[in-house]
Write a protein that binds this ligand. Structure first.
Ligand code: HEM
Length: 192
């Protein structure tokens, strides 16, 4: 059955649609002494369409939604879970990425879409304190494990997706660069 969503031009977001899997991830997170704790991981991301939106009768956006689940390679245990949207405005070429994680942190990051050597490149950034591309966190997290900024580079070429995220934290009295990177392969274009 077709719907209005099927008739929408998702622009560069079309490259992301489908289900992706990988087992080449690496997480660098703070241990209790704020030293780097490295964990190889497998991950799955499912992107599906979420339709167009018109804002204040002048801004035309298209968006897709995703679910990202990350498992420790050594035991298969889920140790990160993330949901969000990627949003595109054709007239300004702006890309936005909203995400939420169940540590009570969510953010809206922004940047410009570009293409290089046949690859689609999505670079976005958010900073705590910004009223636009900013970060919201619970009172506990703000006090004890502050997310100060977030940068993400995601590149798609054909059926390969790579990402690298740098989440700058202030935790245990120190600054810490929490990084995550992975390479995934598309296994289906199907929409759920
Ligand atoms: C693939 C993506 C990610 C993975 C696998 C991951 C994994 C982890 C792990 C294993 C820890 C240490 C937890 C502990 O010590 O109990 C951690 C800490 C943390 N992560 Fe992530 N993370 C990811 C992405 C993110 C993102 C996108 C954000 C926020 C925008 C974030 C925010 C935090 C914060 C605030 C902490 C500190 C909490 C604490 O250790 O007390 N993470 N993450």
């Amino acid at each position: 059955m077709s719907s209005i969503i099927d008739e929408v031009d998702y622009g560069p977001l079309t490259q992301l649609l489908g289900k992706w899997v990988g087992n080449k991830g690496l997480d660098t997170a703070p241990d209790a002494d704020a030293n780097p704790d490295k964990s190889p991981f497998s991950d799955e991301i499912t992107f599906s369409v979420s339709g167009p939106a018109e804002n204040a009768e002048e801004q035309n956006l298209v968006s897709i939604k995703y679910y990202h689940v990350v498992r420790k390679l050594e035991n298969g245990r889920i140790f990160h879970d993330q949901i969000g949207h990627w949003i595109y405005e054709k007239s300004t070429n702006i890309i936005m990425h909203s995400l939420s994680i169940p540590r009570a942190v969510c953010l809206l990051a922004g940047g410009e879409y570009k293409e290089e050597d046949g690859a689609s490149i999505f670079n976005v950034e958010a900073k705590a304190g910004s009223q636009t591309f900013g970060i919201m966190q619970s009172p506990f997290m703000l006090e004890k494990a502050t997310t100060k900024s977030f940068k993400m580079n995601l590149t798609v070429k054909d059926n390969e997706l790579k990402y690298r995220e740098v989440t700058s934290l202030h935790i245990y009295g120190k600054d810490f660069e929490h990084t995550d990177e992975s390479t995934l392969t598309r296994i289906t274009y199907e929409q759920e």
